[in-house]
Design a protein. Structure first.
Length: 61
């Protein structure tokens, strides 16, 4: 039994990533820069990734 893995590159720190099988729309964190990434597409085992913009909560202070 083999576990499928996918490859990609972090768009922020350019770290080569190897992750277990994901689907389009899933998010995960880059282990190097901790940026949240979204899977935009998968083609021939290669991930197309985009950065997820994190919005901080405005507490009105």
């Amino acid at each position: 039994m083999s576990t499928a893995t996918l490859s990609g590159v972090c768009p922020e720190c350019e770290t080569d990533l190897t992750v277990p099988a994901l689907v389009t729309g899933e998010t995960f964190s880059c282990p190097e820069c901790m940026l949240t990434l979204r899977v935009e597409g998968i083609e021939d085992g290669q991930l197309s990734l985009s950065m997820v913009e994190v919005q901080l909560r405005d507490w009105g202070q």
